[in-house]
Every structure is written in C-alpha cells, then in structure tokens.
Design a protein around this ligand. Sequence first.
Ligand code: NAP
Length: 395
Amino acid sequence: MAATSRLLPVELSKAGFITSKPECCPQALNSAVGLRRLLPSHSVQQQKVANNVAGCLPTSFWGKQLPGERKQVQVGRAPAPRLQAVSIRASSDGDKGTIAVAGGTGFIGSKLVEKLLNEGYKVKVLTRSADKAKSVFSGKSIEIAEPHQWNQALAGTTGVVNLVGTPIATRWNEEVKADIKASRIKTTKRLVDAINALPQNQRPKAFVSSSALGYYGISDTARFVEDSPSGNDYLAQVCREWEAAAKGVNGPRLVLVRTGIVLDKDGGALAKMIPLFQLFAGGPLGSGRQWFSWVHRDDLANLIIEALENPKYEGPVNGTAPNPVTLGEMCDKLGQALGRPSWLPVPEFAVRSLLGEGASTVLEGQRVLPKKAQDLGFTFKYPEISGALRAIVAS
Ligand SMILES: NC(=O)c1ccc[n+]([C@@H]2O[C@H](COP(=O)([O-])OP(=O)(O)OC[C@H]3O[C@@H](n4cnc5c(N)ncnc54)[C@H](OP(=O)(O)O)[C@@H]3O)[C@@H](O)[C@H]2O)c1
C-alpha cells in the first residue's frame, strides 16, 4: 500500500472521522505532508482513501435536514379521520400492544427493540432481510417481516417506528445521493401507504418517523428548535421530503424525530472515533468550532418510546441532548474519557479536496436544542457530553 494511503485516513481521523484502520503508523499522525501528497492523486487509491475517511464522518453526515414543516405536519395530513391523541400505555390487563419497527436491525433500531421488549411490548421488525434480523436479534422474541409481509404485519399494531435509511457517512456522488434520498422517502411512503390502506380500526395509534437535524441546515451561530426554519442545502431538502412523506399518514398521531448525532460504543460516529483516539490520533476536522448536536443512544430510544406513548408528542421533536458542544470540545472530552490526547485539527482544504460537496456536512454543524421534549418534561439521562462519554467508554 502506498504510504499516502495510510497517512490520509489518519490525518482525517483527527476530526473523529476516524479510519478504522489500525495499521496507521504513529509517525503519520503529525504529517501534514503526507496528506498533501495524497491530495493531487486520483483514481482508485484516492477514492478508497476518501471512502475510508467518509466512513469515519461523525454523524453530522446523517443529520442535515430539510426545511421545515412544523406546521406542515397538519397541512400534509389528509383531513380524513384521525384517531384522537390516544395514549398507548399499558391497558388494564398489562398488554402494552405491538410496535412495528422498520429499520429495527440498525444502530438505533436494535437498541429501541431491546428497550421495547424490556418494557413489555411485542415487537415486529420490518426488514429487507429476515436472515439479518434473525442474526441481530438472536434469542429475542420478536416477529420478523420482510417487505412482501409489511402490509399484513402493520395491521393491528399499536405503534410504528420508521428508522430506515441507507448510511450517509460515505463519499457522495449522484448515485449515492439518490440512494440516500430514495431509501428514506420511498420506504417512508411505502409504510404510509400500507398504514393508510388498513381499515381504520387496524391502524396504529402512533407513527414515529425519523428525520434528522440536517433539516435546519448549518450555522455556527443559530440555535435551532422545532419551529426554526429549514435550511437550503441538500440534506435539508432530503429531510423536508422525508418528513413530507411521513405526513401523508392518515390516522395515527405523527411524531417526526429530528435526530442528532447518536453516540454509543458499538456503532455510529463513536465506533469510528474511539479506535482512532486509542491510537493517539483523535482531533477535530476543520476548525473544531462547528456545532456537534449529539444524543446518547439510550436517551434517543427512550425519547422514541415516550413519543409513542405520550399523546402530547406530535409533529417535529428534536432528538438531541440539551447541551450540544463544538466538535473541538467533543474531541477534547472524548480524549479525556479515553485518557488520550486530542490531536490538531485536520485542515479544511484537505477535507474539501476529499469529500467535495459532502465536506460541508463535516466542516459545519448546527446547534439543535430539544425544546419540545424538555417542555414536555422528558428527562435526559445523559444531558452533558462528559457523562455520556464516560458511560460509553466504561460500558
Ligand atoms: N445514527 C445517527 O447518528 C443518526 C442521526 C440522524 C438521523 N439518523 C436516522 O435514523 C435512522 C436510523 O439510523 P441508524 O443509525 O440506526 O441507521 P442504520 O444502523 O444504518 O440502520 C438503518 C436501517 O435501515 C435499513 N436500510 C439501510 N439501507 C436501506 C436501503 N437502501 N433501503 C431500505 N432500507 C435500508 C436497514 O435495515 P434492514 O437491512 O433490516 O432492512 C438498516 O438496519 C436513519 O433513517 C438515519 O438517517 C441517524
């Protein structure tokens, strides 16, 4: 392997865009020269490196979304019969009902399914692959439905959660961007059509559909709450369309969870950052001043369950911790939690050279606050980044 192909991932990993390649040599860590050498190169090698780096992107890549529709939540819905805001807490006989989770095999979904089962719900996992679901939930008592069974599986459920979407932490091209959009919007429409096709008395009472903080666009200065306007970039547009697709649901109470950067050990951004820090190579990408609106995976799963159960949840709800940090602070705190230093930032030009259009999602962020959840009394177990990281590292 050419020397440059090892240097670059390490350099970029400083932002937490960690490459998971432990072969990165320590000497490479402070070599901006290696990075420069790589930039002019093209082709397969560069593509590989870029993909490697992109795969390390913190979830701001996930998170950009689209212009808002807080009020559109109502507008987009068919005026037709809507169930009232009904609680789906346990009935008197203790039966909490069944929740269908599309995308339940993923990073967020697998934690949610575990919590739902612990809380006494029956769970149906809607997946493209029964084999994958069986392997993820080995030993767990769930029902599994592949796409041709989704319509039937949704009938009579108490609530439906939509967590589907192809990963966005990759180097974008037109094909990838089309897939990022289609995997979310088409699947959401598919779920909505299936719910709407059910007889009224068979429809779920609540539909909790994921969106992302990219809805708000990017800013170093603004504070975004649920009624803030949407941004103008690609991810903001994706999120608007994603939310608009969910708003087509007719009957269930709809909650749109604008999810932040989800942190836990076995997936998401941290799974890529931690190994890098352990190699003494963690540090922010770009200035480090960009906002990093994070949420612990436990809190997000609890928030989704609250959104299913509590009839006061309706429309957009920010799924972020109450105390966002800058990426620089995030890397400092992660370094502290791991007992490792946080390295110098990776220069912006390098990130832009590698990621092109997608770089802005890494180099810029947004400060998103969970106003609605807090107004409704939701308690975050991990409100501060230090506590969240300490818990994750210790787990
Ligand atoms: N993780 C974050 O930090 C974060 C931040 C903001 C927003 N979100 C959003 O939250 C949702 C869940 O995130 P996650 O981190 O749990 O994602 P994940 O681990 O990648 O899981 C997403 C699930 O979606 C399904 N899926 C993947 N590609 C698909 C495709 N092309 N077509 C249809 N289904 C596909 C997969 O389920 P099957 O293979 O079983 O079908 C997969 O398990 C996503 O919509 C994501 O955009 C996540």
